[in-house]
Design a protein around this ligand. Sequence first.
Ligand code: HEM
Length: 520
Amino acid sequence: MWLQIALAAMIVSFTAFYLYMKHRLSYWKRRGIPEDKGHFPFGSKHAWDFVQGKMSFTQMTNFAYETHPGEKVVGTYDMFGSPGLVIRDPDIAKLILVKDFDNFMERKPFHYNMYDSNTKNNRYFPYMLTELRGQKWKKVRSSLTPVFTSGKLKNMIPLIHKVADNCETYLDKNIGVEFEAKELLKGYALDIIISTGFGYENDTLNNPENIFKKHADVIKGKTFSLKLIIAILMFMACPRLLRWLDLSIFDKNSEDFFAALIVKTIKERKESGQRRNDLIDVCVDILEKERKENEKSVEDEEEAKRRNDEMEKIIIANSLIMFLAGFDTVSNASSLMMYFLAKHQDCQEKLYQEIQEAIESTGSTNFDYATIMNMPYMEKFFQETFRMYPFTHLERCSKEDYKIPDTDIVIPEGIFVRYAATAVVKDEKYYPNPEVFDPENYSAEKKVDRHPFVTGGFGHGPRNCIAQRFATMEVKIVIARLLSKYKIVPCSKTVDELIPDPRSRSGQPKGDIWVTVEKR
Ligand code: HEM
């Protein structure tokens, strides 16, 4: 009898859940919006393919884009039918990312309680610039922007050249040896962040066993574990559940290592009064300013302390995000440039000539800010690299119902919107031969006729990449320095085609990027 009741309860519950899901999976159809059909219980194809390891995170919007030519937007379903909207039209993207930014200021909310986070994991994650919301985001973004002014970047250049010297020392000992470019450039990007961000000198390439490298490798992790895939899908489907289960996004030990390092460096700077014009200096200034403001304006001591503590957490979190955001992205971009240079020797020769001219006119390979940022062919090659191997769609969340002007489409409140930036750059409509690598796609004549939102690896609008110029400078310096001395050539392990590896957390291609160098 009890068994029959239990069985009946199970059947009723499952049927109710199934019917609820069927209703949920018709969310877009009911609103008359074209959709990428959702299937019980994993949603649209991208979510199911991601779970199975068939599609990379960076390609998640591509299927909806490619299967709905002619549409402006496509409804999708993440895990358990959570609705999302893929934006196909660059004009709509512009409205969302720039003109009506106030309604699309945030990325997907992460429901950690900012003020009373008793969680074991992800203590800093909700305070990172990438996750912050509303006025708090505005305040932190404007406080951190001065780290990347051209004046500050010019001061950082000697530190970057010092790290590039280490790359040369390493390659001088490895002429003709096949190497994985991302691994080499990970060392470069890591040492730059450690130097310009945290004030320590480090030489990962010639001393790979160092503590920074060890924790950097762990905190990012090379591949998606099943636990992380589940955490990401849960985040997409139901962020609250991820918060309740407290699944960690970054390795806790390594997160603690870097947090302790930041606290220690801030303390040392405060005590010694020493300045290095770097991220930590800005952090010290922000903390000091906040403390003084709180002293003046907040009478309740408890409240003043809470605010000071929160600001300290924000500072640690954002020093961490500078590290996390700057490490894989820069090494990805520069290693991809190496791949395309190896594969396109004619382009490499053109770039080499441009670099030689810069050396002749400045008398040095220690290029200054203006020289490195004003190499026209370098810029075209850089842009074309992002087009050929785009990294990410752009995400925003709608604050209120939003009717797209001149259409009947309404983006409901709370909907997760993704601009298909990875797909537009491969659309024949905008690039006539999208699969052919051609830096001339970025010549002035071609750019003038193209919509500005079908390009750009750094995002768009007020929430674009805060470090765009810093990152561009890092990538161009290492490429110019290496090309001035070596010829980059393919080797036996160089893959013919770059296909994103679904298991790679950093969007690395399958088979990695193997090349070798010859001395010029
Ligand atoms: C080639 C290297 C890089 C690429 C391709 C890149 C790309 C991006 C993209 C696409 C976004 C999202 C933009 C949007 O949603 O519109 C972003 C945001 C961000 N990036 Fe970068 N990035 C790079 C390097 C860096 C570096 C070196 C740092 C830090 C030192 C950094 C820090 C950030 C931060 C903090 C955000 C979040 C900004 C906000 O929400 O206000 N990035 N980046």
